[in-house]
Design a protein. Sequence first.
Length: 494
Amino acid sequence: MSAKTYEVRTYGCQMNVHDSERLSGLLEDAGYVPAPKGADGADVVVFNTCAVRENADNRLYGNLGQLAPKKAARPGMQIAVGGCLAQKDRDTIVKKAPWVDVVFGTHNIGKLPVLLERARVQEEAQVEIAESLEAFPSTLPTRRESAYAAWVSISVGCNNTCTFCIVPALRGKEKDRRPGDILAEIEALVAEGVSEITLLGQNVNAYGSDIGDREAFSKLLRACGKIEGLERVRFTSPHPRDFTDDVIAAMAETPNVMPQLHMPLQSGSDTVLKAMRRSYRQERFLGIIEKVRAAMPDAAISTDIIVGFPGETEEDFEQTLHTVRESRFAQAFTFQYSKRPGTPAAEMEGQIPKEVVQARYERLVALQEEISWEENKKQVGRTLEVMVAEGEGRKDDATRRLSGRAPDNRLVHFTRPEEPVRPGDMVTVEITYAAPHHLLAEGPVQAVRRTRAGDAWEKRNAAPADKPAGVMLGLPTIGAPAPAPAPAAGCGCD
């Protein structure tokens, strides 16, 4: 009898992507195998949902509706819904889509295999939503999507009360992992061949508030610098309120912490920031950017911006444009404000007409596009070591190029070298051309450095042909900027 197949469909931020790696690991631990690419359906389909956008529930129920006839024609097929929307809607999901077998929340993803089996035996839907974290996700089995780069969760939940964000209500209060557990996970990943890690948290630089150490995050960055074989360290997403000078110093003084920073702005208007309950103002934000640039002149800084927050005037919006001009972001993930049911902002007076929001949004995108291009042009002539990536360049086959990420996370397309290179290997190239969202290195590759990460990729892909293919997580693109953006900056709520 062949093993049952599964598929995980993920929506939203990096936290959800990382949770889906755990869900895949749990299912494989329970004997399921990934559905082959292109297969018409799987025995178990899991939706890992996001509740951030206004139409999140419409998207979910539309997708569930498309699966209803497939399930009716496939005896034994099961459908599970988890994540933030499941945490929020609970029993509503089964009422609207009675063909769903399992509903689970953000705090109990480890229960998925048990709930699937219980639903099969009892022949009725299982809805189980925990109100607090049952087990830190990093203690669960994992099927990681990459052999050379990995997410490492350092905390879950958030203690902020931003009026536009529903995440704290669904993810709970911040809960930090012990530093020793985090470093042990990183060391284990490096031993497996991983050479780049991204520290992950809903408010990543507030790490330490739960364990009573305000400098815990900078200490963690410095500790990562001592791990032999770990070449690149990144983190997302921080909050300006908690971004302290010791973190900037740790970034600048730790060689494997990359010169890249994602710093969510949300608005440049002090009035709007106050209405958002953001605990900083424009001057404080620009001060952080100035300090980062002083310590790391080559740092690439990206951001999140919300346009059309309730009560935003033309003068408020002009303050956002001013802050964008002053900050010189390499990239901005721009969002039109949409009501999040259950958030204070959804009930605020002064909701902005759609056509006004759209016009402002287009002006902001045009400005940021111009700045991104100007900032990228400054890279022309630089020699960079680029980590070869998998799946980053959609036109690579047609252009006979490969793609990868520079230390500052800019996307680089480069000429395919004579000698074979693998994802995870490093190439040294000279940048010859800049576009708003990528760089080109059209000359010959100057050097190739084969790495343990490339060995790990090769080993994974040299497995027998009958080994199941990896799970396609299907992360939707959010925000405005790049056709092939850097790892998404979360849900715009940091």
